[in-house]
Design a protein around this ligand. Structure first.
Ligand code: DLL
Length: 438
């Protein structure tokens, strides 16, 4: 069933750096001119800066262009960034913003083909191909996960099971009955599927399932190890965001050493989130994308808020396109506790180092009036820990506290809770509950 992991569509993964640059530049000039000529918002922005597309003569000049932030998408809601007439738009997607109004993203037929290609190339990189059965448990609808994996899977020629998220017992039943070989969903939802399968007496390691395409939320190497051991599959990263298209902006290959970005479609930059200056490959900063061949709503220098660094070296798989390191956090969801910056993924890594913990946890932030921030980590543990010997529980809590302190430098309160008591999500897990009144 395993395909060669390469076909004519993925040739663009293996270009020489010069050839890739040439292709990127041709596309960039076209999309910039298109945005200026057909997108009133882009035209006004460039006019304000007294810039013409011809002033951008190479990628060295790209920094002259303004950024697009999520706020711009909110301010122009719903159709203000469109650069084609409505009769060219064949689909909308949306992601919810913090203000309650969604972010709207439009696609032409050609834009959808570019997106499907990203997912097609992602699946190929995992060694998936025709003959594989993909159980697509990402949510269908305005969220891009469901239809993204669906279209990309079909473009590659795998058999797609469009089950969507939820109804976990049915997920396990169909996975077994259809003999699915690939699963796509958030990593946190897959943990829930693992638990449900165990409850149903189904050992996932004995089923044909062998690959997972996990993304839409940060996940740690420790989470990967858990998933791979408990389900007997290879767990691969898939990355993307609604504004750029959805899943398939990048994906890991079988070497699991960074997420390859499909740079011939999505031009990446890393910037310092404070100074907004470009940073070289290898340095951690905020990821910014320019869509090189999306026309309904081109994204020129979109600030993702995702923190990562780029790796330029050719991967052992032979792909020359750059890889990004695992996203540890977003520049806007870092938690600051008593002046210490903490990423939820650090706490996750600490927890998963300890035997007896489960990957289900929540971080609760509170602040007494005028007082200090308090942080409590609610952690599910395996049933055996609820022993009569209270001393055992106490020493276990101490161990967890110590490990979190070792990794993050902060002192936390630990509450051990019964297996199954932290709410499960069918999509992105809600890890942090911030009740601080600031
Ligand atoms: O989550 C698209 C997607 C669907 C990606 C299915 C992968 C699989 P949004 O809802 O717009 O789109 O959220 C985008 O989610 O900026 C990251 O912060 C985070 N994210 C997405 N993929 C990953 C990943 C989809 N593999 C935001 N690792 C992004 C870490 C991820 N974070």
């Amino acid at each position: 069933m395993i395909s060669s992991s390469r076909n004519s569509v993925s040739d663009f993964d293996y270009l020489s750096k010069d050839h890739l640059k040439e292709i990127q530049w041709q596309k960039f000039e076209t999309v910039l001119q298109h945005a200026y000529d057909n997108g009133p918002w882009y035209h006004a922005q460039l006019d304000q800066l007294k810039l013409k597309p011809s002033d951008i003569k190479s990628f060295d000049d790209v920094h002259k262009l303004p950024f697009i932030s999520k706020q711009v998408l909110r301010d122009t809601y719903p159709f203000g960034l469109f650069a084609v007439p409505m009769d060219k738009i064949v689909r909308f997607h949306a992601s919810s913003g913090t203000t309650g109004k969604p972010i709207v993203v439009a696609h032409t037929r050609e834009d959808l083909a570019v997106w499907a290609e990203g997912v097609h190339r992602s699946l190929l990189a995992y060694g998936v191909g025709p003959g594989d059965i993909l159980q697509n448990a990402y949510g269908y609808g305005l969220f891009t996960g469901g239809l993204g994996l669906h279209d990309g899977g079909q473009a590659l020629g795998v058999t797609v099971v469009p089950i969507s998220g939820g109804n976990t017992e049915r997920q396990v039943m169909l996975m077994r009955d259809f003999g699915a070989t690939v699963i796509s969903c958030t990593p946190s939802y897959f943990l829930h599927i693992i638990d449900k399968a165990a409850e149903m007496g189904v050992d996932l390691r004995e089923l044909p399932i062998r690959v997972g395409a996990f993304g839409a939320e940060p996940w740690s190497p420790e989470m990967r190890q858990r998933i791979e051991a408990e389900a007997g599959i290879k767990a691969y990263d898939i990355y993307g965001l609604t504004e750029i298209c959805g899943p398939g902006v990048g994906a890991e290959c079988v070497h699991q050493d960074g997420t390859h970005l499909f740079e011939d479609h999505f031009y990446p930059e890393i910037i310092d989130p404070e100074t907004l200056e470009p940073l070289p490959d290898g340095q951690v900063g905020e990821l910014v994308f320019t869509t090189l061949d999306r026309f309904a709503m081109p994204m020129l220098r979109y600030r993702t808020r995702d923190l990562t660094s780029l790796v330029a070296e050719t991967c052992p798989c032979g792909r020359t396109i750059r890889r990004m390191k695992r996203i540890r956090a977003r520049s806007d969801d870092m938690i600051i506790i008593r002046g210490v910056n903490v990423f939820p993924s650090q706490i996750e890594a600490a927890l998963l180092h300890i035997e007896g913990t489960t990957p289900h946890y929540q971080i609760l932030l509170t602040r007494e009036f005028g007082g200090l921030d308090e942080i409590e980590v609610k952690l599910e543990v395996v049933q055996e820990f609820f022993s009569d010997k209270i001393k055992d529980v106490e020493s276990f809590q101490k161990l967890v506290r110590h490990e979190i302190h070792r990794i993050t430098g902060i002192h936390v309160k630990i509450s051990l809770v019964q297996p199954g008591s932290i709410p499960r999500s069918e999509g992105k897990a809600k890890r942090v509950i911030d009740k601080r009144v600031i």
